[in-house]
Write a protein that binds this ligand. Structure first.
Ligand code: ATP
Length: 597
């Protein structure tokens, strides 16, 4: 156990959680207290050698230093972001080796989100911008595998000067691959900010305290919804203060009043965007921070933007700066939430029938004998597992892109795009496959049938292809995208700059052309990368950008994006086959921090 007090130099007691102005921690002088939380005390400090500059010093009060060390590591590395508080120094105190860990960060001159809304009474536009900015930040962090896990209004500080949010307190934060610090089913947090699925998990597994809830991006987004609901209404959607059991039932089973029910001034699109974050089922929420950002911004960009210029709350006449908080209904939870679909029971392992083994043997025989069949198999494998081909290639549309010599195995050499007339002519000569309600089973049956009929098994059409694997964006590409001002940005591109309508694209190396200026990227600049033809969508990952006119090249991480549903990949139009697909020539691309599955 760590000491909660020390003997000072003159024999007086020193309490780390209540340091007085003038106390010295390492090379920092305490100016005052900014806050004391459950895990640390945060002091406003100045450097002994540069008085007058303010910083915030968080001194761990927790008996176990692991949490503080992890928070420092996260802030110094993967959580780095302009909207996340920056760490400048670390140390231990009073003993530089054995003492309490501390770190020194920017002192954010501003207010916590809920205090900001209730003292500054900003406009809905300002709140939407702050909320959108937090959503975007979460999107970036999530793409790097970082989860905040304790998002609440107190942890979103709004800088007074620029009105931009800064996220603090990553003490409960997590990153993929890190050993878990959580010693309870749920990570540390506050019940009224927990997602319904987290509470359901705890309710389902209360007999198994050793189980850990797999906290996900959707939990952070839910918590953001709670924070924004609080910001625009002055109330939490499920206010604390009632019995925890009742609160848990309300969170999982009942719909909260809409923000507009509480504060009729809330613009409809903003109210809707907040409710989307509070959906009971994680799949119903925006899937990423970027998607949440778009939804929060949508109303601002559309015709109803005037409603966003109103201030959040009415002010009490005669008492400027005092707002009238909207009242909370006596019976807020009149609407039950729709019942979640029951999770499918895991299928019992099926015995493989004896006739199946005969089929497998026949297939194997054919594969070993048939010319080119290994290559076909390998193609299927590489499609799902190999990272992209090295990026030395850039060729104009319609040219075959070279395959670098060090390529480890055979991947279909792709003519990147086969431009096509407006009324497309399907490029496949295969007869159309009739739609089947059970594609996986149909595929197995078709494969087996073709084996028995003496055809090469692996050439059967792939019905359910996995999406390309998740992949981090390299640091140099992240930096280049920042310079180009396209990180997290979605804009238009064309497969063929001179066409409209539909085109046929083929799996493999490909080039697309940016349409209109975006950030510092010129119109008609070329993005090169790889196309993956899935069964329902075409995915594209572009790793190099060549600026139109100047010819400068930049590493980037840009994905094919589908604007209407804010997801990766462009839906296929009818036609095409396992390696070619028909898609609109004009589509969206987006600069991403991580290529996701
Ligand atoms: N960088 C900062 N600039 C200004 N104020 C800060 C800063 N960091 C923290 N604070 C203030 O100190 C309070 C406590 O900080 P923090 O939440 O990091 O501590 P904690 O012990 O982890 O708290 P919790 O119990 O919420 O987990 C914050 O709510 C905020 O008011």
């Amino acid at each position: 156990m760590r000491p909660w007090r020390f003997m000072g130099q003159e024999g007086s007691q020193v309490f780390p959680g209540a340091l007085q102005p003038g106390a010295v921690v390492g090379r920092w002088r305490v100016l005052g207290t900014l806050g004391v939380g459950g895990y640390g005390a945060v002091y406003k400090v100045e450097p002994l050698d540069a008085p007058g500059r303010s910083f915030a010093l968080k001194l761990s009060l927790h008996p176990d230093p692991a949490r503080a060390l992890r928070e420092m590591a996260l802030l110094l590395d993967r959580a780095w972001h302009p909207n996340v508080v920056r760490v400048h120094a670390t140390g231990r105190w009073p003993d530089p080796v054995e003492g309490l860990p501390y770190f020194v960060m920017d002192c954010v001159e501003g207010l916590a989100l809920h205090t900001w809304t209730e003292t500054v009474n900003p406009t809905f536009r300002q709140v939407a911008m702050v909320g959108g900015s937090v959503a975007m930040t979460l999107g970036v962090l999530h793409a790097r595998g970082v989860l905040h896990r304790d998002l609440k209004p107190e942890h979103i500080l709004v800088r007074a000067r620029e009105q931009v949010p800064v996220l603090i307190d990553f003490g409960a934060g997590d990153q993929t691959g890190a050993a878990t610090l959580t010693t309870t089913t749920l990570p540390p947090g506050t019940l009224h900010l927990r997602s319904p699925e987290a509470i359901r998990f705890q309710q389902r597994h209360w007999r198994q305290p050793e189980l850990r809830y797999p906290y996900r991006e959707a939990d952070d987004l839910y918590a953001l919804g709670v924070c924004l609901y609080r910001a625009v209404t002055g109330h939490f959607p499920f206010p604390p203060g009632q019995e925890p059991e009742l609160l848990a039932v309300a969170i999982t089973e009942r719909l909260p009043p809409t923000p507009r029910d509480i504060n009729p001034q809330v613009p409809e699109p903003l109210s809707r965007a907040i409710l989307r974050l509070l959906e009971k089922e994680p799949e119903q929420r925006p899937r990423t921070g970027e998607a949440a950002h778009s939804e929060l911004m949508r109303g601002l960009l559309s015709g109803g933007a005037a409603a966003f210029e109103a201030h959040l709350f009415d002010e009490i006449p005669g008492t400027p700066n005092q707002i009238r908080r909207p009242s909370w209904p006596a019976q807020p939870y009149l609407t039950p939430a729709p019942r979640p679909r029951p999770a499918p029971e895991p299928a019992a392992p099926r015995r493989f029938p004896a006739w199946g083994w005969l089929g497998v043997a026949a297939c194997l025989g054919l594969l070993l004998a048939g010319p080119g069949t290994w290559e076909v198999l390998f193609r299927g494998w590489t499609r799902h597992t190999t990272p992209q081909v090295p990026e030395s290639v850039s060729a104009p549309l319609g040219h075959k892109l070279e395959i670098p010599p060090d390529r480890p195995h055979s991947v279909p050499v792709a003519a990147p795009v086969v431009a096509q007339k407006e009324e497309h002519v399907p490029v496949t000569t295969k007869p159309p496959v009739p739609p089947s309600p059970k594609p996986a089973r149909a595929l197995k049956a078709a494969t087996l049938a073709s084996c028995v009929a003496g055809m090469a098994c692996a050439s059967a059409p792939l019905v359910d292809r996995p999406t390309p694997p998740a992949e981090d964006c390299p640091l140099d590409a992240q930096e280049a995208m920042q310079k180009l001002e396209i990180e997290g940005i979605q804009w238009a591109a064309k497969f063929d700059p001179n066409r409209t309508g539909l085109v046929t694209v083929r799996e493999g190396r490909a080039a697309v052309y940016t349409h209109m200026f975006e950030g510092r990227v010129r119109h008609n600049s070329m993005l090169t990368g790889t196309l993956y033809v899935g069964s329902k969508r075409v995915y594209g990952r572009f790793t190099q950008l060549r600026q139109e006119k100047t010819g400068e090249t930049f590493p980037v991480c840009v994905e094919l994006w589908f604007n209407p549903d804010h997801t990766r990949g462009v839906p296929r139009s009818e036609g095409g086959d396992e390696n070619t697909a028909i898609v609109p020539n004009l589509m969206s691309v987006k600069g991403v921090w991580r290529y996701d599955e």
